[in-house]
Every structure is written in C-alpha cells, then in structure tokens.
Ligand binder design. Structure first.
Ligand code: AMP
Length: 254
C-alpha cells in the first residue's frame, strides 16, 4: 500500500533511513488525475529503483489562466488505486503553503527556450513549472526522476535546469503513451466534449503526416482546432491546439 506523506519533515526522516541503507529512489512528479501516461512513468521508476515516490500537487503558479486551474480534474482515490497497482511506495501530497512558504517571491526562470512555443502562449507557465520542479527535486533528493516526452519542451527545460544548477538527481525521459486512436493521454482529455473527443485524434494524425508546418496549421484549423503553434525543432514536430476550452499539446519525431 502506498504511504501518504504530507510534510517535508516526514519525508526527510524516511529519506535518511533510505540513504543509510543505500537504496535508490525514483521520483515521479505529477498533478494527479492519473492515467496510463503517468502509469508508464511510475512503472519505469519501480523497475529501475528500490523505492518509488510519486507526488501529486496541482501547481498554481504554472497556470496562467485561473479557469484552467479551477477546472483541473481531481481523482485522488482512483489515483491511489493506480499507485497501489503499480507498486509505488510513497505518495507526496503537499499543501500549497508547504511548497510556497514565501508566496512565490523566489522563482527559477529560464530566459530563452522557456519563452518560446508554449511559453509564448502561456506567459509565466515555465517559470512556475521550473520553480516547482526545483523545489520538489530538492525536497525528494531522488536518484532518478521521470518525465514524459508528451511535454517535450518541459522535459528539455527541466533537464537543462538540472544541468545548469548541478542537481544530483538524474532526469529521465519516457515516451508518449497514446489512446488506441492516437490521442496522447492527458488529464485534460476528460474535459473534452463528446464531439471534440472524436475530432481530437486528428491532431496526432496531422503531426505524423510529414506535411509542412503551414499545411498542418491549415488542415487543423479547417477541422475546428484553434492552433497556437506547429513547429519543427531538432527532428521533432511539436504543436499546441485548443478544442473549445481544452488545450492539447503533442509532438512526434520527424
Ligand atoms: P502532469 O500530471 O500533466 O503534470 O504530468 C506528469 C508527468 O506525466 C509529466 O512528466 C508528463 O510529461 C507525463 N505525462 C503526461 N501525459 C503523458 C503521456 N501521455 N505519455 C507519457 N507521459 C505523460
């Protein structure tokens, strides 16, 4: 059974014992509403480490839109079931006051790549992501921490931050897990209307099509998506779109 931990002090006591016995620790940070994408990260951590700790914290500072934060799905009891099935050992569930004792006056900011792509369309988003991940990595002191390529820009920035600040935790990327129709699993998928859920797989299809960025934008716009960007970077095509109020991101190798 996964053991719930709510304070930093509780974890540090356990951590000291784990360190003394030389156990490796895998850490999977999440915002909850867990699905098969999250599960793949947890299973990889369980496979590669003696102990796995998962965090669930809906990080307010990374939401540039208050409605998005207020509507973010929560399913704690189901999440705990999934963590038990996956043989995770600990669940870190901190309150906002624990993570932000200084009311977000201290931040980690990357000044270049974080301002592009999703950063351009969601001002301050990656400042919030990097700040919370830095705090969590410093609290957990894991051997390895697991991040999904679904959020490829996020993974690149976290890896860059870990290198820039000489963090001790190794940052490990995991492939995108998809529904049978190709739509990448996302906690936000459950907010799609029935009609939009049927259209949503067209996003992945278009990204995989080998067409130009401009053509993909045209195709998706015609199908009813609002396109934030479609961009090829480092042998990869990345995109962000909205269907109604639901924003979806995805990327595929080229
Ligand atoms: P989130 O709860 O959305 O903050 O995501 C927590 C972690 O799960 C991040 O590292 C995500 O990149 C990863 N993740 C989310 N969806 C997927 C997916 N479909 N496939 C693989 N990893 C994912």
């Amino acid at each position: 059974m996964v053991k719930k931990i709510q304070t930093v002090e509780e974890w540090k006591i356990i951590l000291n014992k784990l360190k003394k016995s030389g156990k490796s620790i895998g850490f999977v940070p999440t915002m909850g509403a867990l699905h098969k994408g999250h599960k793949s990260l947890v299973l990889k951590s369980v496979e590669e480490n003696d102990i796995t700790i998962v965090s669930i914290f809906i990080n307010p500072t990374q939401f540039n839109d208050p409605n998005d934060l207020n509507n973010y799905p929560i399913s704690l009891s189901k999440d705990i079931e999934m963590l038990n099935d996956s043989k995770a050992d600990y669940l870190f569930l901190p309150d906002k006051e624990i993570i932000y004792p200084n009311n977000y006056t201290y931040k980690v900011i990357e000044t270049d790549f974080s301002k592009q792509l999703c950063g351009e369309h969601r001002p301050g988003h990656f400042d919030g992501v990097l700040s919370v991940v830095m705090k969590l990595l410093n609290i957990i002191e894991a051997t390895n921490s697991y991040f999904g390529e679904k959020d490829w820009q996020q993974y690149q920035l976290i890896e860059g931050m870990a290198n820039a600040f000489f963090l001790n935790t190794k940052i490990i990327s995991c492939p995108v897990i998809r529904e049978e129709d190709g739509l990448a699993f996302s906690s936000r998928n459950r907010l799609l209307t029935k009609k939009d859920r049927l259209i949503a797989p067209e996003f992945y299809k278009a990204l995989s099509s080998n067409r130009s960025e401009e053509d993909i934008i045209k195709i998706l716009t015609k199908k009813g998506f609002k396109v934030d960007y479609i961009k090829i970077i480092k042998n990869r095509i990345l995109g962000a779109v909205s269907l109604g109020k639901v924003r979806l991101i995805d990327n595929v190798k080229r």
